[in-house]
Design a protein around this ligand. Structure first.
Ligand code: TGC
Ligand code: FAD
Length: 393
């Protein structure tokens, strides 16, 4: 990719709503992305490889467990800071943000919230530095939007649990040292288990040929009579509500992250429109291109406000699942529309790796599907406002 010239749009002076600490955290992540991600990301996406070397840097900027208390190695930050870090990472690449979202909200969060003190001490500090990578296994081949129907199950064998089943579409799986796995016990109740690399019968085959999120490794989790020690059960919460609580946290981060991808595409298109001359003048001087740019900055600004308010509510412990769904759905859709328009504004150049736009576009096709699809989030809002669930007949 050409030199990273990114300048963040802030049309409504929203920086004034941030604390000095939040701005410091955001700026550190922004600088890190410019230095460590922008120069390498195109190459890693082209070869469809996760850049493992960025793990320690992600740990250093607090991207692994931003809101996990410092006593467990986390950064002890507030929710808005967490969101801002995700925004900056996704400005670089959704796959890098994915790695951090999964590690923070889907692995560290459940260990912190539902784990025992021994589990916290054993895993959290190593996950916070990036020495360990984690993954989260909820989705199965036959159960995506309806995880409650999962088939993966475990039996109490007295001195251990015996785990069988399979998960698919699992981010970080091929490199994960530990997997938070959701499985049913003999009574059909969902529990979280910590499955560690090296346990006999546990494999993590990589999913190849993705056109999207190519710098994030995706894989399966296969459990063939895996003996899981009893001390690896997450004892603090059971039922589908436990993984759904993790998803609340991750979806919140994605709502912020999508703004990052949109800001990058807008900034690129704006700069290009002032430089590219057709019919004797910069294309940014044509009304049709100005319409695209004006709508982009309007939508980014609305998303920034929505997300900032959600961050305040979340910091006060008042954000609801449905509010988070609305922000995830709106912002990812907003980002997809913006990257598609930005791609057109760059003409043929828009499809090349010289610019980040096509990569963002392809990435966002996963982001709009994972952590609850666009349609599922709409139904969550529908349920919330009517009180009638449209998921099931
Ligand atoms: P439903 O009957 O509504 O709920 C089941 C139980 O859970 C409780 N609950 C919650 N508890 C805590 N926090 C929440 N946010 C909760 N939401 C629901 C609920 O009260 C109930 O409790 P109880 O005691 O009555 O049993 O569940 P449902 O089966 O109707 O499904 C609802 C639905 C469809 C909204 C939900 O399952 C859903 O969100 N589906 C989408 C699946 C999804 O998002 N999967 C994501 C997989 S992880 C991923 O994609 C990672 S990508 C990572 C990356 O790379 O960034
Ligand atoms: P399906 O559930 O089969 O849905 C297919 C279509 O039907 C969708 O359009 C959906 O909106 C629609 N649909 C389904 N039910 C309804 C309904 N009731 N009403 C109306 N429409 C409906 N999962 C994890 O557990 N961990 C991970 O780390 C993870 N990482 C991922 C990484 C990538 C790159 C991808 C692509 C996915 C990842 N996932 C992960 C899985 C992801 O969460 C699922 O793909 C997602 O939840 C949708 O499930 P599905 O693909 O099975 O689609």
């Amino acid at each position: 990719m050409a030199t990273d010239l990114f300048q963040a749009p802030d049309y409504y002076q929203l920086d004034e709503l941030l604390t000095e600490e939040q701005k410091m955290v955001r700026d550190a992540a922004r600088e890190w992305v410019k230095k460590e991600i922008s120069p390498i990301i195109e190459e890693y996406c082209q070869k469809a490889e996760f850049p493992q070397q960025v793990k320690s840097g992600l740990g250093e900027i607090g991207a692994f467990g931003p809101y996990i208390p410092e006593e467990y190695g986390g950064a002890g930050l507030d929710q808005i800071s967490y969101g801002l870090i995700m925004q900056e990472l996704e400005r670089g690449d959704s796959g890098i943000r994915s790695t951090a979202s999964v590690q923070s909200s889907l692995v560290m969060y459940p260990i912190w919230k539902f784990g025992t003190e021994d589990q916290r001490k054993k895993f959290l500090p190593k996950l916070a530095t990036g020495e360990f990578l984690g993954c989260f296994g909820l989705t199965e081949p036959n159960h995506g939007s309806n995880p409650g129907g999962m088939e993966t199950h475990f039996k109490d064998m007295g001195d251990h649990y015996l785990l069988n089943g399979a998960k698919m579409w699992i981010s970080n799986a091929p490199y994960a040292d530990v997997a938070v796995v959701w499985a049913k016990n003999e009574e059909g109740r969902i529990h979280g288990l910590l499955v560690e690399r090296g346990m006999e019968g546990f494999t993590t085959p990589e999913t190849h040929n993705k056109w999207s999120l190519r710098a994030s490794a995706t894989g399966e989790l296969v459990f063939d009579n895996v003996k899981v020690p009893k001390e690896n059960l997450l004892t603090g919460k059971s039922g589908l509500g436990a993984p759904l609580m993790c998803l609340d946290s991750a979806r919140f981060g994605i709502a912020w992250g999508a703004i990052g991808a949109a800001m990058d595409a807008y900034d690129t298109a704006l700069r290009y429109s002032k430089e590219r001359i057709q019919f004797g003048k910069p294309i940014g001087g044509f009304q049709l291109q100005q319409k695209k740019l004006a709508e982009m900055i309007t939508e980014i600004t609305k998303a920034q406000l929505l997300t900032w308010r959600l961050g305040v509510l979340r910091d006060e412990g008042r954000a609801t699942t449905a509010q988070i769904s609305m922000a995830k759905r709106n912002n990812v859709d907003m980002a997809l529309t913006i990257v598609r328009d930005a791609r057109q504004m760059l003409g043929g150049m828009g499809i090349t790796g010289e610019y980040s736009i096509m990569r963002h576009m392809m990435n966002l096709e996963s982001v709009v599907t994972y952590e609850g699809t666009h349609d599922i989030h709409l139904l969550i809002t529908g349920f919330d406002i009517t009180g009638i669930s449209a998921f099931k007949s």
